[in-house]
Design a protein around this ligand. Structure first.
Ligand SMILES: Cc1cc2nc3c(=O)[nH]c(=O)nc-3n(C[C@H](O)[C@H](O)[C@H](O)COP(=O)(O)O)c2cc1C
Ligand SMILES: CC(C)CC(=O)C(=O)O
Length: 384
């Protein structure tokens, strides 16, 4: 295996290049954990390929004076609508782990969502942060422990809680099983120290029902209770249909992330970008809707914003950049993606993020995923 780089060679020009570079630097079993999807990985691949079914529509000769990708979310000012998705165990990718990712996030004006399953203490990461951090929470079988975790995040200065609801059980991780992945003894979910972990493997072997894991899985009421126990904004991650978006709003959440967990939980789900429009429609502007899954290019960010997302999160590419060149790699990857976004905005005639809309996409491609009688406002208004 190659060691991490201390510079970025010119061959690394896109996020895709980081994937190839990372593969040479991560142990094959850890790679199976960090990069794989569930089952046959159909959803994981679909997350990426669905974007190519949304061709972009250019506009020319529009003024770009004062153009900007800046935005603000839950009181955090961000350089762009690109955030770092929560991913577990960054020390599997690089010895500096989340410490390096936090550094890069601060240096690039990006918000990072730190995973419950981070490999370093959430307080240490907050102390190293130079920008906004949000904390991702899985509602644990031990609800008191979950509340205590939320309190720790609030006390440490995290600016929002991202409650992930789409993984009550681990997905079918065939790639991990084939590679014989197990967490090395020196990499642990240190923020869960002191909590009794149910044995998920035993639970799955017992065919799920009646097992401790699903007996204690979170329900809507738990989300409502967490809402009552923290002053932080709560963003629910893993909403994939309008019915659940409506229930989340009824629980008083402050934001929604449309996600299929990077295709790591239920293989067979549609691509995240294809799930987005129906959720946006149901939310109807009440709270910001974000999305993740398959974002690899600045063009994809425009496509997601065109379909109503206020921001996007990226998962695997951050791990690839981290493995390749630590904090430097992550900062570079974020810069590359933002530069691509700027280019895509200039060529679709969008000076600011507010200018991005469905008019940036060709109407014929939208008919497939926009199942509403809304094609009339596909925006042929010359001023938009
Ligand atoms: C290795 C890995 C670990 C992840 N760990 C978490 C996690 O701890 N919490 C969480 O909410 N999502 C987790 N996710 C899902 C990501 O937050 C995100 O939804 C997904 O990676 C987005 O898709 P992308 O990788 O195509 O960008 C993980 C994803 C990967 C690849
Ligand atoms: C430790 C896991 C539950 C983290 C996760 O969400 C994932 O691997 O996708």
């Amino acid at each position: 295996m190659l060691p991490p780089l201390d510079h970025i060679p010119r061959e690394i020009a896109s996020l895709g290049d980081y994937e190839a570079a990372a593969r040479q630097r991560i142990d094959p079993a850890a790679w199976a954990y960090l990069n794989a999807g569930a089952g046959d990985e159909w959803t994981m691949h679909e997350n990426v390929s669905a974007f190519s079914r949304l061709p972009l529509r250019t506009r020319v000769l529009r003024s770009m004076q004062g153009a900007s990708t800046a935005t603000s979310l839950f009181g955090c000012t961000l350089d762009s609508p690109i955030l770092i998705a929560p991913t577990a165990y960054h020390r599997l990718a690089h010895p500096d782990g989340e410490q390096a990712t936090v550094l890069a996030a601060g240096a690039t004006g990006t918000a990072m969502v730190v995973s419950t399953q981070a490999s370093l203490p959430l307080e240490d990461l907050a102390a190293a942060a130079a920008g906004p951090l949000w904390f991702q929470i899985y509602i644990q079988p031990d609800r008191d422990f979950t509340s205590a975790l939320a309190e720790r995040a609030e006390a440490a200065g995290y600016r929002a809680l991202v409650v992930t609801v789409d993984a009550p059980v681990n997905g079918l991780r065939n790639a991990e099983a084939r590679a014989g992945f197990a967490l090395p003894p020196d990499i642990r979910p240190v923020n869960l120290n002191g909590m009794r972990m149910p044995d998920q493997d035993a639970a799955i072997r017992a065919l799920l029902f009646g097992t401790p894991v699903l007996d204690h899985a979170a329900i809507w009421d738990d989300l409502g209770q967490l809402r009552a126990r923290t002053r932080l904004p709560i963003i629910v991650k893993g909403i994939a249909c309008p019915e659940d978006a409506t229930l989340a709003l009824q629980c008083g959440v402050d934001g929604i992330i449309v996600s299929n967990h990077g295709g790591r939980v239920l293989d067979g789900m549609p691509a995240s970008i294809d799930l987005l429009p129906a959720v946006v429609e149901a939310v109807n502007g009440w709270v910001p809707v974000l999305m993740d899954g398959g974002i690899r290019r600045g063009n994809d960010v425009v496509r997601a914003l065109a379909l109503g997302a206020q921001a996007v999160l990226i998962g695997r590419p951050i791990l690839h950049a981290l493995a390749t060149a630590g904090a430097l790699g992550v900062a570079h990857a974020i810069r590359v993606l933002r530069a691509e976004l700027e280019l895509a905005m200039a060529l679709t005639g969008c000076r600011t993020l507010e200018d991005i809309g469905r008019h940036c996409l060709h109407g014929s491609s939208l008919a497939q995923i926009w199942p509403f009688d809304r094609t009339d406002d596909l925006c042929l208004d010359p001023e938009r």
